[in-house]
Design a binder for this molecule. Structure first.
Ligand SMILES: O=c1ccn([C@@H]2O[C@H](COP(=O)(O)OP(=O)(O)O)[C@@H](O)[C@H]2O)c(=O)[nH]1
Ligand SMILES: O=C(O)[C@@H](COP(=O)(O)O)O[C@H]1O[C@H](CO)[C@@H](O)[C@H](O)[C@H]1O
Length: 333
């Protein structure tokens, strides 16, 4: 792992408890910053209502004793749902916006990134916080954790949640596309981003002033793209991550994740082709170590903190055997 990433991990990795809600509300009052929460939702009738209810009750209502609410705007972006997502979300207290209603001169394309992009036109908060609508056992910590640094750290512009991601009985089996596609891509091509524990996580918050300047892939490439483009536009220190515990969500099947992986590869290839332009003119290309390249993976240590584990992946290639003299000699014998 690059020394710069080690320093970034120490400087830009936090826990929810580092910023109590009362401190966030005080900072919000002091600065007059506004906060919008956006849930992209495609057929999420089973889960969207509980998430909206928790945010509405815990974060969008004036906090006792302060009269201030952390969340000013709570939007469910309806991504073309055919179930009762819209009705359930509205009944729980969200404003529901259909993707067709936003920028109607531009017919919407299917995809998560499409509705996240359109949500910028449908909201007004200085901070925009994205939360998936398929989460189970949702905690308001997901929102306070990622919004917090944006209220207290002027140099931070995008904050990712980090969490355990169980999959059925495997406590760390989730995040399959993260582990098999995104983490290798980032380590190979953008090693400065190797410190992100959950680069594809769907819970992240950012300043509108950043998001409005970034392209949004219309599909599942959006999370990787926003990270890479933020690195290149604003530098590594503009990014941060907060440990919010455990994330449970609906897990798609392998075929669906194959389509997701394709979208992520496409977003990465487009950025690789763009070349190594970053704030200091380098991209920190493939970190060539003797005999291989580094892959940084993460696990929780005995104190419950995410710690990086470096692995050397041998990417060497042997030449065609026909160019090996001993081979020619053997074949001639
Ligand atoms: O075309 C789409 C695909 C997904 N989503 C939403 O984006 C979030 C994450 O998508 P999904 O759960 O499919 O991804 P996963 O979490 O399985 O990677 C969920 O709230 C989806 O309802 C969306 O709004 N439009
Ligand atoms: O992180 C991942 O590998 C995928 C799939 O997660 P699981 O293997 O189903 O836990 O989930 C994420 O990826 C999508 C693409 O970036 C995001 O849009 C989702 O919000 C996120 O859940």
């Amino acid at each position: 792992m690059l020394d710069e990433v080690g320093r970034w991990l120490r400087r830009r990795s936090w826990r929810v408890a580092d910023r109590p809600l009362e401190d966030l509300l005080a900072a919000k009052r002091r600065t007059g910053t506004t906060v919008s929460v956006v849930l992209p939702a495609l057929d999420e009738e089973a889960t969207v209502g509980d998430i909206v209810s928790v945010i509405r009750r815990e974060l969008a209502s004036p906090h006792p004793g302060t009269g201030t609410a952390l969340v000013d705007e709570l939007i469910v972006m309806n991504s073309g749902s055919t179930d009762r997502t819209a009705e359930v979300a509205a009944a729980a207290g969200a404003e529901v916006v259909h993707r067709d209603e936003v920028l109607p001169r531009l017919p919407p394309r299917p995809g998560k990134g499409e509705v996240l992009w359109r949500s910028l036109l449908a909201t007004s908060g200085d901070i925009v916080c994205f939360v998936d609508a398929d989460l189970r056992e949702f905690s308001p910590d997901f929102v306070t954790g990622i919004v917090g640094p944006l209220l207290t750290e002027p140099d931070v512009h995008l904050v990712k949640a980090m969490y355990d991601r169980p999959l059925r009985n495997d406590p760390a089996g989730g995040g399959r596309v993260t582990e098999l596609v995104a983490r290798p891509l980032l380590n190979l091509h953008w090693p400065r981003l190797a410190g992100l524990v959950q680069p594809l996580g769907g819970e992240y918050a950012a300043r509108r002033s950043l998001l409005e300047r970034l392209p949004f892939p219309v599909g599942y490439g959006v999370e990787l793209a926003l990270l890479v483009d933020t690195l290149e536009l604003a530098g590594l220190d503009a990014l941060a991550q907060v440990d919010v515990g455990v994330r449970l969500h609906r897990n798609q099947d392998g075929q669906a994740l194959g389509r997701m992986a394709t979208a992520i590869h496409a977003a990465a290839e487009r950025r690789i082709a763009r070349g190594p332009a970053t704030v200091d003119g380098t991209r920190g290309g493939i970190e060539a170590l003797s005999g291989g390249t580094a892959l940084t993976q993460f696990e929780r240590d005995g104190t419950g903190c995410f710690v990086p584990r470096g692995h050397l992946v041998d990417v060497e290639e042997r030449p065609p055997m026909c160019t090996v003299p001993e081979y020619g000699q053997r074949m001639a014998a």
